[in-house]
Ligand binder design. Structure first.
Ligand SMILES: Cc1ncc(COP(=O)(O)O)c(C=O)c1O
Length: 391
């Protein structure tokens, strides 16, 4: 799947990443003992409960959190819904501020709040997709009661100034949620030092299993949050439904493999996967028909997003290019996984002020540990072939 001899290159890690070997090993082991229902009183249930709590403890260690602050759920979509709707349920209506470049998981949850008398305001972004800090004071004024900003944007890779926004929210006592789904694959943040109250993550973007994610919640907010799913006391009464220790063990193994990120700073260049990304970009940019979208430096280290034009300088269809790339043996995406199934303008590129003509010509290439750096020339040649084929 990853080398030229395998003839197919997977460059869609932001959609989902292949399972890490350590995750598979850990899950196979966990399945043997932890397959029971953690709520059952017999020994099979106790083994499962122990496995679940060991996974929680391991994740707490990876994220420098207390294990009581970790709520397991089905993934980032559910997590973002619990963060926003679960918290809003206990507040009188106010204003929710989200960035103009949120993933649909957050925008959809935000829109549900409108029915409960909340207003939703989108924090404008610049041409690179970063929130414009000159709006901070106005946006954090009353009636703002919750703020939610995506940490690493999934479609264009831009990193947001989470520390600065989080500190500003904290000084005003406004709960701050960040969707960190694309960031955790690049390093586990230190929750104890992060000025964030609620953090959403998903295992399958990190080489862990599909179907499990988590919401990190500060103790004082835990007391205020209401469950969305009821009917059982699992997850401290905040998420009913039988837990899956095996998936939790898989997520824990993925985070152990990934390791910490230094000083809560996403490494954007220099080490890790970034040099591979830069080498690929340099080769792609030799072709005049490709230009980078998103932030040139403050971006996820494994993420490349580009706008592609044809030989006449006109925008190329991102979706058509993804199909052509597949024929060349490259898996890529024309935007975020959740929107690339539809042929419509990218709302993210729109929010960034990209000319309407170009809003369907985005291509996302997302890399990961499974790619051999020695294959970068082969990958760029294949991308070039796909573009040539469409010209
Ligand atoms: C930033 C972001 N948030 C949320 C999600 C939804 O994740 P999940 O598939 O775990 O529900 C995704 C998936 O693409 C994402 O990239």
């Amino acid at each position: 799947m990853t080398g030229p001899e395998d003839s197919y290159f997977y460059l869609d890690g932001c959609a989902t990443a292949p399972l890490r070997e350590s995750v598979i090993t850990c899950m196979v082991k966990a399945q043997k003992r932890g397959w029971g229902n953690p709520s059952s009183l017999h020994r099979i249930g106790c083994d499962a409960a122990e496995s679940l709590e060991r996974a929680r403890l391991s994740i707490a260690n990876s994220l420098e959190a207390d294990r009581s602050e970790i709520l397991f759920n089905s993934g980032a979509t559910e997590s973002a819904h619990l963060a926003l709707l679960g918290l809003a349920k206990t507040e009188s209506p106010g204003r929710l501020v989200i960035s103009a470049v949120e993933h649909p998981a957050v925008t959809a949850a935000a829109e549900q709040l409108l029915a409960y008398g909340w207003t939703v305001e989108r924090w404008p972004v610049d041409i690179h997709g970063q929130v414009q800090m000159q709006h901070l004071d106005r946006l954090l004024e009353p009636p703002t009661k919750i703020v939610s900003i995506i940490w690493g944007q999934s479609e264009v890779g831009t990193l947001q100034p989470i520390e600065a926004v989080g500190k500003a929210c904290r000084s005003r006592r406004i709960p701050f949620h960040t969707d960190a789904t694309q960031v955790l694959s690049q390093g586990c943040p230190n929750w104890s030092e992060l000025p964030v109250d609620l953090l959403t993550a998903s295992a399958h973007k990190c080489g862990g299993p599909r179907g499990i994610g988590l919401l990190l919640v500060r103790q004082d907010i835990l007391e205020r949050i209401q469950p969305l799913l009821t009917g059982g006391q699992q997850e401290n009464g905040l998420r009913a439904g039988t837990e899956c220790p095996v998936l939790a063990q898989g997520m824990a193994a993925a985070f152990r493999d990934i390791g910490p990120c230094q000083d809560n700073h996403v490494e954007t260049s220099g080490s890790g996967i970034a040099p591979l990304r830069d080498a690929l970009l340099a080769r792609l940019c030799q072709n005049n028909s490709i230009r980078l979208s998103g932030h040139p430096t403050e971006r996820l280290p494994h993420h490349l997003s580009v706008l592609v034009s044809d030989r006449h300088g006109q925008p190329m269809s991102g979706r058509a290019l993804v199909r052509a790339l597949d024929c060349e043996g490259i898996a890529a995406s024309s935007g975020s996984a959740c929107s690339s199934g539809r042929d419509s303008d990218s709302p993210i590129l729109e929010a960034m002020g990209v000319d309407p003509l170009w809003r369907r010509s985005g291509l996302r290439l997302s890399l990961g540990y499974w790619i051999d750096p020695a294959t970068v020339t082969e990958i760029s040649n294949r991308i070039q072939n796909a573009i040539d084929r469409m010209n």
